[in-house]
Design a protein around this ligand. Structure first.
Ligand code: C2E
Ligand code: MG
Ligand code: MG
Ligand code: MG
Length: 288
Protein backbone atom coordinates (compact mmCIF):
# COMPACT_ATOMS: atom_id res chain seq x y z
CA UNK A 1 0.00 0.00 0.00
CA UNK A 2 2.78 2.36 0.97
CA UNK A 3 4.58 1.61 -2.26
CA UNK A 4 1.42 2.17 -4.24
CA UNK A 5 0.67 5.52 -2.62
CA UNK A 6 4.23 6.66 -3.17
CA UNK A 7 4.13 5.92 -6.87
CA UNK A 8 0.75 7.58 -7.08
CA UNK A 9 2.24 10.66 -5.46
CA UNK A 10 5.09 10.56 -7.92
CA UNK A 11 2.66 10.36 -10.81
CA UNK A 12 0.71 13.31 -9.46
CA UNK A 13 3.93 15.24 -9.04
CA UNK A 14 5.03 14.43 -12.57
CA UNK A 15 1.71 15.31 -14.16
CA UNK A 16 1.82 18.56 -12.17
CA UNK A 17 5.22 19.24 -13.67
CA UNK A 18 3.92 18.56 -17.16
CA UNK A 19 0.97 20.86 -16.67
CA UNK A 20 3.23 23.58 -15.40
CA UNK A 21 5.63 23.13 -18.29
CA UNK A 22 2.76 23.14 -20.76
CA UNK A 23 1.30 26.31 -19.24
CA UNK A 24 4.69 27.99 -19.38
CA UNK A 25 5.14 27.01 -23.02
CA UNK A 26 1.76 28.44 -23.95
CA UNK A 27 2.49 31.54 -21.93
CA UNK A 28 5.80 31.98 -23.74
CA UNK A 29 4.10 31.98 -27.14
CA UNK A 30 1.47 34.44 -25.93
CA UNK A 31 4.13 36.60 -24.28
CA UNK A 32 6.17 36.87 -27.45
CA UNK A 33 3.06 38.04 -29.30
CA UNK A 34 2.19 40.46 -26.51
CA UNK A 35 5.65 42.03 -26.68
CA UNK A 36 5.45 42.33 -30.47
CA UNK A 37 1.92 43.72 -30.45
CA UNK A 38 2.54 46.00 -27.50
CA UNK A 39 -0.33 44.60 -25.42
CA UNK A 40 1.59 44.39 -22.14
CA UNK A 41 1.19 47.38 -19.88
CA UNK A 42 3.05 49.09 -17.09
CA UNK A 43 1.53 50.37 -13.91
CA UNK A 44 3.17 53.14 -11.96
CA UNK A 45 3.62 53.51 -8.21
CA UNK A 46 4.93 56.78 -6.78
CA UNK A 47 7.91 56.87 -4.45
CA UNK A 48 7.66 59.80 -2.04
CA UNK A 49 10.18 61.80 -0.08
CA UNK A 50 9.17 61.02 3.51
CA UNK A 51 10.44 64.44 4.61
CA UNK A 52 8.55 66.60 2.09
CA UNK A 53 5.77 64.37 0.77
CA UNK A 54 6.84 65.13 -2.80
CA UNK A 55 6.94 62.43 -5.45
CA UNK A 56 10.58 61.83 -6.26
CA UNK A 57 10.23 58.86 -8.54
CA UNK A 58 7.78 56.39 -10.00
CA UNK A 59 8.32 52.62 -10.11
CA UNK A 60 7.21 50.90 -13.31
CA UNK A 61 5.53 47.53 -12.65
CA UNK A 62 4.68 45.05 -15.37
CA UNK A 63 1.03 44.07 -15.95
CA UNK A 64 -0.38 41.57 -18.38
CA UNK A 65 -4.04 40.87 -19.01
CA UNK A 66 -3.86 38.03 -21.50
CA UNK A 67 -6.89 37.15 -23.59
CA UNK A 68 -6.25 33.41 -23.22
CA UNK A 69 -4.62 33.31 -19.78
CA UNK A 70 -6.23 36.12 -17.81
CA UNK A 71 -4.10 38.08 -15.35
CA UNK A 72 -0.52 36.87 -15.35
CA UNK A 73 1.54 38.11 -12.40
CA UNK A 74 4.88 39.81 -12.98
CA UNK A 75 7.00 37.17 -11.29
CA UNK A 76 5.53 34.49 -13.58
CA UNK A 77 5.97 36.71 -16.65
CA UNK A 78 9.62 37.16 -15.72
CA UNK A 79 10.12 33.42 -15.11
CA UNK A 80 8.54 32.54 -18.47
CA UNK A 81 10.65 35.13 -20.24
CA UNK A 82 13.83 33.80 -18.60
CA UNK A 83 13.04 30.17 -19.48
CA UNK A 84 12.12 30.85 -23.08
CA UNK A 85 14.73 33.31 -24.24
CA UNK A 86 12.47 36.36 -24.09
CA UNK A 87 14.17 38.17 -21.21
CA UNK A 88 16.05 40.62 -23.39
CA UNK A 89 13.10 41.61 -25.51
CA UNK A 90 10.88 41.95 -22.44
CA UNK A 91 13.49 43.98 -20.61
CA UNK A 92 13.92 46.33 -23.55
CA UNK A 93 10.15 46.71 -23.93
CA UNK A 94 9.81 47.65 -20.24
CA UNK A 95 12.73 50.08 -20.37
CA UNK A 96 11.51 51.70 -23.56
CA UNK A 97 7.91 52.05 -22.38
CA UNK A 98 8.86 53.42 -18.95
CA UNK A 99 11.42 55.88 -20.34
CA UNK A 100 9.11 57.26 -23.03
CA UNK A 101 6.29 57.63 -20.49
CA UNK A 102 8.60 59.56 -18.19
CA UNK A 103 9.81 61.73 -21.07
CA UNK A 104 6.15 62.55 -21.73
CA UNK A 105 5.66 63.58 -18.08
CA UNK A 106 8.85 65.66 -18.22
CA UNK A 107 7.45 67.47 -21.25
CA UNK A 108 4.30 68.17 -19.28
CA UNK A 109 6.49 69.93 -16.72
CA UNK A 110 6.80 67.24 -14.06
CA UNK A 111 10.52 67.63 -13.57
CA UNK A 112 12.71 66.43 -11.98
CA UNK A 113 10.75 63.23 -11.72
CA UNK A 114 12.56 59.89 -11.98
CA UNK A 115 11.48 56.43 -13.05
CA UNK A 116 12.52 53.16 -11.37
CA UNK A 117 12.72 50.14 -13.67
CA UNK A 118 13.15 46.56 -12.39
CA UNK A 119 15.80 44.53 -14.19
CA UNK A 120 15.85 40.75 -14.01
CA UNK A 121 19.10 39.22 -12.79
CA UNK A 122 19.95 37.32 -15.97
CA UNK A 123 20.08 40.55 -17.93
CA UNK A 124 23.25 41.45 -16.06
CA UNK A 125 25.07 38.36 -17.23
CA UNK A 126 25.79 39.15 -20.86
CA UNK A 127 27.29 42.64 -20.71
CA UNK A 128 24.65 44.10 -23.08
CA UNK A 129 22.68 46.05 -20.51
CA UNK A 130 24.68 49.28 -20.72
CA UNK A 131 24.33 49.31 -24.52
CA UNK A 132 20.60 48.66 -24.31
CA UNK A 133 20.14 51.44 -21.78
CA UNK A 134 22.19 53.88 -23.87
CA UNK A 135 20.11 53.05 -26.95
CA UNK A 136 16.78 53.37 -25.13
CA UNK A 137 17.76 56.72 -23.59
CA UNK A 138 18.69 57.97 -27.05
CA UNK A 139 15.45 56.72 -28.62
CA UNK A 140 13.23 58.13 -25.90
CA UNK A 141 15.18 61.37 -25.33
CA UNK A 142 15.08 60.81 -21.58
CA UNK A 143 17.97 62.20 -19.57
CA UNK A 144 20.06 59.50 -17.90
CA UNK A 145 19.78 61.23 -14.52
CA UNK A 146 16.06 60.42 -14.50
CA UNK A 147 16.53 56.64 -14.69
CA UNK A 148 16.96 54.34 -11.68
CA UNK A 149 17.52 50.63 -12.30
CA UNK A 150 16.40 48.24 -9.55
CA UNK A 151 18.28 45.00 -9.19
CA UNK A 152 17.65 42.18 -6.72
CA UNK A 153 20.11 40.27 -4.62
CA UNK A 154 20.20 37.17 -6.76
CA UNK A 155 23.18 34.84 -6.27
CA UNK A 156 23.92 34.76 -9.98
CA UNK A 157 24.46 38.49 -9.87
CA UNK A 158 27.13 38.25 -7.20
CA UNK A 159 28.84 35.26 -8.77
CA UNK A 160 29.88 37.23 -11.79
CA UNK A 161 32.98 39.35 -11.72
CA UNK A 162 31.33 41.29 -14.53
CA UNK A 163 28.45 42.58 -12.43
CA UNK A 164 30.52 45.30 -10.76
CA UNK A 165 31.81 46.27 -14.21
CA UNK A 166 28.29 46.38 -15.68
CA UNK A 167 27.16 48.54 -12.79
CA UNK A 168 30.16 50.84 -13.32
CA UNK A 169 29.24 51.21 -17.01
CA UNK A 170 25.68 52.05 -16.06
CA UNK A 171 26.82 54.57 -13.46
CA UNK A 172 29.11 56.13 -16.06
CA UNK A 173 26.03 56.78 -18.21
CA UNK A 174 24.68 58.82 -15.30
CA UNK A 175 21.88 56.54 -14.15
CA UNK A 176 21.29 55.36 -10.58
CA UNK A 177 21.24 51.82 -9.20
CA UNK A 178 18.99 50.64 -6.37
CA UNK A 179 19.25 47.28 -4.60
CA UNK A 180 15.68 45.95 -4.30
CA UNK A 181 14.19 43.74 -1.55
CA UNK A 182 17.23 44.38 0.62
CA UNK A 183 17.58 41.98 3.53
CA UNK A 184 15.99 38.94 1.89
CA UNK A 185 18.72 37.97 -0.57
CA UNK A 186 22.36 37.06 -0.62
CA UNK A 187 24.29 40.28 -0.37
CA UNK A 188 27.10 40.58 2.11
CA UNK A 189 28.97 43.56 3.49
CA UNK A 190 31.67 43.09 0.88
CA UNK A 191 29.10 43.37 -1.92
CA UNK A 192 27.82 46.58 -0.41
CA UNK A 193 31.37 47.85 -0.23
CA UNK A 194 32.34 46.86 -3.77
CA UNK A 195 29.23 47.57 -5.81
CA UNK A 196 28.46 51.11 -6.89
CA UNK A 197 24.93 51.42 -5.50
CA UNK A 198 22.92 54.61 -4.91
CA UNK A 199 19.95 53.26 -3.01
CA UNK A 200 18.84 50.40 -0.79
CA UNK A 201 15.20 49.37 -0.78
CA UNK A 202 14.19 47.82 2.53
CA UNK A 203 12.09 44.73 1.82
CA UNK A 204 8.42 45.06 2.68
CA UNK A 205 8.52 42.12 5.09
CA UNK A 206 10.58 44.21 7.55
CA UNK A 207 8.31 47.20 7.11
CA UNK A 208 5.22 45.05 7.71
CA UNK A 209 6.49 43.91 11.11
CA UNK A 210 8.36 46.96 12.38
CA UNK A 211 5.55 48.45 14.46
CA UNK A 212 4.73 45.21 16.30
CA UNK A 213 8.11 43.45 16.37
CA UNK A 214 11.02 45.24 18.00
CA UNK A 215 13.53 43.00 16.23
CA UNK A 216 12.15 43.99 12.81
CA UNK A 217 12.23 47.61 13.95
CA UNK A 218 15.87 47.30 15.00
CA UNK A 219 16.76 45.76 11.66
CA UNK A 220 15.10 48.65 9.84
CA UNK A 221 17.07 51.13 11.98
CA UNK A 222 20.27 49.24 11.23
CA UNK A 223 19.64 49.14 7.47
CA UNK A 224 18.99 52.90 7.46
CA UNK A 225 22.21 53.72 9.29
CA UNK A 226 24.19 51.19 7.24
CA UNK A 227 22.96 52.76 3.99
CA UNK A 228 23.65 56.30 5.18
CA UNK A 229 27.13 55.39 6.36
CA UNK A 230 27.85 54.15 2.81
CA UNK A 231 26.40 57.31 1.22
CA UNK A 232 23.30 55.55 -0.06
CA UNK A 233 19.72 56.66 0.29
CA UNK A 234 17.08 54.35 1.72
CA UNK A 235 13.66 53.53 0.31
CA UNK A 236 11.06 51.65 2.37
CA UNK A 237 8.68 49.54 0.28
CA UNK A 238 5.31 48.17 1.35
CA UNK A 239 4.19 50.99 3.67
CA UNK A 240 0.62 50.02 4.52
CA UNK A 241 -0.38 52.34 7.36
CA UNK A 242 0.27 55.71 8.97
CA UNK A 243 2.16 54.21 11.92
CA UNK A 244 4.74 52.67 9.59
CA UNK A 245 5.09 55.90 7.63
CA UNK A 246 5.54 58.01 10.77
CA UNK A 247 8.06 55.65 12.29
CA UNK A 248 10.12 55.47 9.08
CA UNK A 249 10.12 59.26 8.70
CA UNK A 250 11.20 59.59 12.33
CA UNK A 251 14.06 57.12 11.76
CA UNK A 252 15.34 59.24 8.85
CA UNK A 253 14.33 56.88 6.05
CA UNK A 254 14.60 59.01 2.91
CA UNK A 255 11.90 57.63 0.65
CA UNK A 256 8.82 55.46 0.86
CA UNK A 257 6.24 53.68 -1.25
CA UNK A 258 3.29 51.48 -0.42
CA UNK A 259 -0.48 51.03 -0.61
CA UNK A 260 -0.96 53.55 2.21
CA UNK A 261 0.65 56.27 0.08
CA UNK A 262 -0.54 55.16 -3.36
CA UNK A 263 -1.26 51.90 -5.15
CA UNK A 264 0.30 51.07 -8.50
CA UNK A 265 -1.93 52.69 -11.17
CA UNK A 266 -2.28 53.07 -14.92
CA UNK A 267 -0.33 55.76 -16.76
CA UNK A 268 -3.56 57.75 -17.18
CA UNK A 269 -4.38 57.62 -13.47
CA UNK A 270 -0.77 58.57 -12.67
CA UNK A 271 -1.03 61.60 -14.97
CA UNK A 272 -4.15 62.71 -13.11
CA UNK A 273 -2.42 62.20 -9.76
CA UNK A 274 0.55 64.29 -10.89
CA UNK A 275 -1.77 67.03 -12.11
CA UNK A 276 -3.75 67.05 -8.87
CA UNK A 277 -0.60 67.14 -6.81
CA UNK A 278 0.82 70.04 -8.81
CA UNK A 279 -2.47 71.93 -8.37
CA UNK A 280 -2.38 71.36 -4.59
CA UNK A 281 1.19 72.70 -4.38
CA UNK A 282 0.17 75.71 -6.44
CA UNK A 283 -2.75 76.53 -4.18
CA UNK A 284 -0.58 76.15 -1.07
CA UNK A 285 2.01 78.49 -2.62
CA UNK A 286 -0.70 81.07 -3.45
CA UNK A 287 -2.10 80.93 0.06
CA UNK A 288 1.30 81.71 1.58
P1 C2E B 1 9.28 44.71 -6.44
O1 C2E B 1 10.14 45.35 -7.45
O2 C2E B 1 9.84 44.56 -5.08
O3 C2E B 1 7.96 45.60 -6.44
C1 C2E B 1 7.18 45.84 -5.31
C2 C2E B 1 5.95 44.95 -5.30
O4 C2E B 1 5.19 45.24 -4.12
C3 C2E B 1 4.98 45.19 -6.46
O5 C2E B 1 4.35 43.94 -6.73
C4 C2E B 1 3.98 46.18 -5.85
O6 C2E B 1 2.74 46.18 -6.53
C5 C2E B 1 3.88 45.63 -4.47
N1 C2E B 1 3.48 46.62 -3.46
C6 C2E B 1 3.54 47.98 -3.52
N2 C2E B 1 3.12 48.54 -2.37
C7 C2E B 1 2.76 47.51 -1.57
C8 C2E B 1 2.22 47.44 -0.22
O7 C2E B 1 1.99 48.44 0.45
N3 C2E B 1 2.00 46.20 0.27
C9 C2E B 1 2.26 45.06 -0.45
N4 C2E B 1 2.00 43.88 0.12
N5 C2E B 1 2.76 45.09 -1.71
C10 C2E B 1 3.01 46.30 -2.25
P2 C2E B 1 4.12 43.44 -8.21
O8 C2E B 1 3.75 44.59 -9.09
O9 C2E B 1 3.22 42.26 -8.15
O10 C2E B 1 5.57 42.96 -8.66
C11 C2E B 1 6.21 41.88 -8.03
C12 C2E B 1 7.65 41.78 -8.42
O11 C2E B 1 7.77 41.45 -9.82
C13 C2E B 1 8.43 43.08 -8.27
O12 C2E B 1 8.81 43.25 -6.93
C14 C2E B 1 9.60 42.82 -9.20
O13 C2E B 1 10.57 42.02 -8.59
C15 C2E B 1 8.94 42.02 -10.31
N6 C2E B 1 8.64 42.92 -11.44
C16 C2E B 1 7.55 43.72 -11.62
N7 C2E B 1 7.62 44.39 -12.79
C17 C2E B 1 8.81 44.02 -13.35
C18 C2E B 1 9.50 44.36 -14.59
O14 C2E B 1 9.04 45.19 -15.39
N8 C2E B 1 10.69 43.73 -14.82
C19 C2E B 1 11.24 42.84 -13.94
N9 C2E B 1 12.42 42.28 -14.25
N10 C2E B 1 10.64 42.50 -12.78
C20 C2E B 1 9.44 43.08 -12.49
MG1 MG C 1 11.28 46.97 -7.51
MG1 MG D 1 11.00 45.33 -3.79
MG1 MG E 1 9.72 42.25 -4.22
Amino acid sequence: YAKHSRSHATQLYESGMDERRLRRQKLAVALQTAIEQDTLTLHYQPIYSLATGKIESIEALLRWQSVEHGTVYPLEIIAVAEQHGLAHRLNEWVLHTACSQLHFWHQRGYKPLKVNVNISPSIFMDGELANTVRRVLQQTQLSAAALVLEITEDTSLWDTAGSAETLEQLRALGIEIALDDFGTGYSSFSHLRQLPLNKLKIDKSFVADMVTDVRALNLVKTIISLAHSLDMRVVAEGIEDAAQQDKLAQLGCDLGQGYWLARPMSATAMSEELMAKAARHLSVAKAQ
